[in-house]
Design a protein around this ligand. Structure first.
Ligand code: BG6
Length: 484
């Protein structure tokens, strides 16, 4: 199978924070991969902008080293690496002062798509937006890209939205949630809305419940001071898990267009019932023989911040009334595994008896690792011995189904950056979505703070706290196994 590369127009991409961690780990290596895939148009230019004093050559060396470290085997192709680095430029800039802005303006004289990636602390968004306009660098066609955390509650998110709105229209603002750039997440829409099979069953008549798990093995060491002020609810649920929930639960948009899709996602968030405090479990990981505890990682011996959260939510609309959505995410769990599972109801009547009557269909959508989907179906166990039934997966692991092409599953960042250049906002969060998500999570977090809620302990390498298991067991259900 030959991959199809959608061309993009020539562009100037300015990365503020161009020497930072995200730029070196994700943005530049991702852009290089797109370059290698032939997706960078002739004359595309990437301009790093940061406080450090260096010239374009110094920046090329920095990025060359970053690509060697984070770019995988593609970095070994010296000729294409040199060609890519040739398209890089650099400006030393003072985000809150005057230094460097004239130099940047002088570089930006071409009539091409202009995109500005704000890979900096949100406190600098306002200053950057203001200066881009004051120096005539941004125009009506320009786009800005911003990263999470987009606020830490509704009030701060609203204020960030207002800051950006003072200088840019909503159609120019690209709020990244990198989960939306993951291959399987997009496939979720393809599967739901491109097949006749699933949509008729996608409701409370046929679905028993839905589970969303994002499990990680890493701890918070190295970023403990950020994380300790955030916790799993702000760091993962308010954005990534809620976006997954929206895509699985939304009504079919009338067409595949950015605002049509985002309108439907917004309706899901607004239909979420306030969370019952008895339906949420928070946890904090303990030390193991090999790794420190959460409190050690966070360097806060009295921390009440959660590194794990599990919850049962309900969406109050006709499609989903009565169907629980169980969500969980945590650090230092048993395996790195992210999955959405749609667990269908039992048969209304089974013609089989005893154990043979107890089989269920489950559609599992694996985000990572082994991206793909499988549908658990019931069949007869082959061979003699009567009608014994077993569950087998109809497996569509992308790597198997797509052969060589799947090896090149595009990283979320590179896909999203190319969408910015193309002007496609479908996979980006709209301001009202972000605010609605905070409006739902704020009271939950406020409740914990008011009660001084103490997270339950859990072992490193486990499934999370015992209470999270009970959350399901009480309903006569069980979590799916976390396996990598
Ligand atoms: C980030 C969170 O947004 O997503 C991190 O801040 C988390 O805490 C990461 O580890 C997970 O992303 P991925 O793509 O590795 O699942």
């Amino acid at each position: 199978m030959v991959s199809r590369v959608i061309p993009v127009d020539p562009f100037d991409l300015v990365i503020f924070g161009g020497t930072g961690d995200l730029a070196r780990r994700k943005i530049l290596p991702g852009l290089y991969r797109r370059f290698r895939a032939g997706q960078m148009p002739e004359g595309a230019r990437i301009i790093g902008a940061a406080r450090s004093e260096m010239d374009a050559e110094g920046y090329r060396q920095l990025i060359s080293a970053a690509i060697a470290e984070f770019g995988g085997t593609e970095a070994e192709d010296q000729a294409s690496l040199a060609a890519f680095l040739g398209g890089l430029d650099y400006v030393t800039i003072d985000a809150t002062g005057d230094g460097g802005w004239k130099d940047l303006a002088a570089l930006m004289s071409r009539d091409v798509v202009r995109a500005f990636y704000f890979s900096v602390a949100p406190a600098l968004f306002g200053a950057l937006a203001e200066r881009l306009h004051a120096h005539g660098i941004a125009n009506d066609q320009s786009r800005i890209v911003v990263e999470k955390p987009f606020g830490r509650d509704l009030a701060s998110a609203r204020s960030l939205n207002q800051t950006l709105a003072a200088h840019f229209d909503e159609h120019q603002i690209y709020r990244i949630d990198h989960y939306l750039g993951k291959e399987t997440v997009q496939n979720l829409m393809a599967v739901r809305f491109g097949n006749v099979l699933f949509e008729p069953l996608w409701n409370n008549h046929y679905v028993d419940h839905i589970q969303i798990t994002v499990a990680e093995t890493v701890g918070v060491g190295g970023r403990g001071s950020y994380y300790d002020k955030s916790g799993a609810m702000r760091d993962m649920v308010q954005n990534h898990l809620m976006q997954l929930l929206c895509l699985i639960a939304m009504e079919p948009p009338s067409h595949f267009d950015a605002d049509a899709v985002r309108d439907e996602k917004l309706k899901v968030i607004r239909a979420l019932q306030p969370l019952d405090p008895h339906h949420v479990v928070r946890g904090q990981y303990d030390a193991s023989t090999e790794s420190p505890s959460y409190r050690e990682d966070a360097e806060n011996a009295r921390s009440f911040t959660e590194s794990f959260v599990a919850m049962k939510c309900h969406i109050a609309n006709w499609r989903w009334a009565g169907v629980p959505f169980y969500l969980r995410t945590g650090k230092r769990l048993k395996a790195r595994s992210s999955e959405i599972a749609v667990v269908f109801q039992d048969l209304g009547h089974s013609i089989f008896e005893g154990d043979e009557a107890r089989h269920r269909n489950i559609l599992s959508i694996r985000l990572q690792p082994n991206e793909g989907m499988d549908l658990q179906v019931t069949i007869k166990e082959p061979g003699p011995g009567g009608m014994r039934l077993i569950d087998v997966p109809l497996d569509m692991t992308f790597a198997d189904a797509l052969g060589d092409d799947a090896g090149d599953v595009t990283d979320a960042y590179e896909r999203l950056i190319m969408d910015v250049i193309r002007g496609n906002q479908t996979l980006f969060m709209r301001g009202d979505e972000v605010e609605a998500a905070w409006a739902w999570t704020d009271p939950i977090i406020a409740g914990w703070e008011a009660r001084n809620d103490v997270p339950k302990h859990y072992d490193t390498g486990s499934n999370g706290p015992e209470d999270a298991m009970m959350l399901m067991h009480r309903d006569g259900r069980r979590w799916r196994e976390i396996k990598g």
